[in-house]
Ligand binder design. Sequence first.
Ligand code: PLP
Length: 370
Amino acid sequence: MRFPGGEVLIGYGYDAGAFSGRRCWPRLPPCMLCACKRRQLPRKDEMSAGAGAQIQPSLAAIREAQKFLAQYFAETRLIAGPFLSQRTAKNVYLKLETELPTASFKVRGAFYALAQRMKKEAVREVIASSTGNHGAAVAYAAKEFGIAARIFLPANCNPVKRGRIAALGAALVESGGGDLASAFRLAAEYAKQPGVYFLNDATDLDLPAGPATIACEILEQLPKASAIVVPMGDTALIRGIAAAAKQVAPQVRIIGVQAERAPAYYLSWKQGRVVGTETCDTIADGLATRTPEAENVRDVRALVDDVVLVSEEQMLEAIAILLMEEHVLAEPAGAASTAALLKAGEGCGDFPVLLVSGANIPREVLKRAL
Ligand SMILES: Cc1ncc(COP(=O)(O)O)c(C=O)c1O
């Protein structure tokens, strides 16, 4: 089914039974508008932690991830952003996930999820389908843990990310398609072999506890944080951060950001059902998702306070501001939080934290920004 604006309805029929065993949310109410079997996804105010629901990942899992990751990585810095503060009349802070190995937050989830799986069973090879940053993180974790890695990339992948993966010694498989769908299909087929673990960051149950540790660090570094602004691709990042924040400091607003040219989760969050898009052609390759997972939509809807769309131009302007004024390098996805603050910062309170989630930017994109 097609909607005005080009989005395509790819699925509905949310019966809690369909998700049994994965998450402990209350049963969803049936659609009140008609006699169809569709069940509406609940809104955040209808389904908060207080409604008897178990937020995932649990605080225990997040604390375990924090302890585990501390063996490998130092806390990333939270720095003040004086230019952005002056421009917005707020006290703006930047969380520099770009300081981690492979220059993005992704190592947090890849290390934790891979270690969890290796505790449960022997892993001969770990594979991932990725636009690049998750693939680089998986390759880095595999190298650290002494196992093989194979990364399935879309055609025309960001060359900086591709180079990082190759340098880490992972096998590379480039799919014919320009988005992640065909890379995913190839990976899923390959994963049928014994001993192969497909670390899919859109659906892996252990992984969000990794990025959740970012929120724990922020809340220790700046207890008065009023909001955390988080770019959204497949949403493991925001689901982890929101789960941690809602359990530790529920007053902190969690604001998601998507690219106008890849708005599938924004549309799904807004409409309360899974809405896919036909394309996701954006310079923010880390945010290029067009087929949301129903469970992720439900969790984002339950835990995220607002979602903002930003244009290509707004992300380019944010890259330039971060580099020239705050001396921070960010790729488009990493600058999306800054773009969102500049576009619609009213709901962020006085102490917003912008997640600078990655810095793997091709030279041509940097030149366009400057
Ligand atoms: C730099 C960067 N920021 C944000 C994201 C979004 O993370 P997630 O897919 O977990 O929503 C990605 C995903 O690839 C990314 O590479």
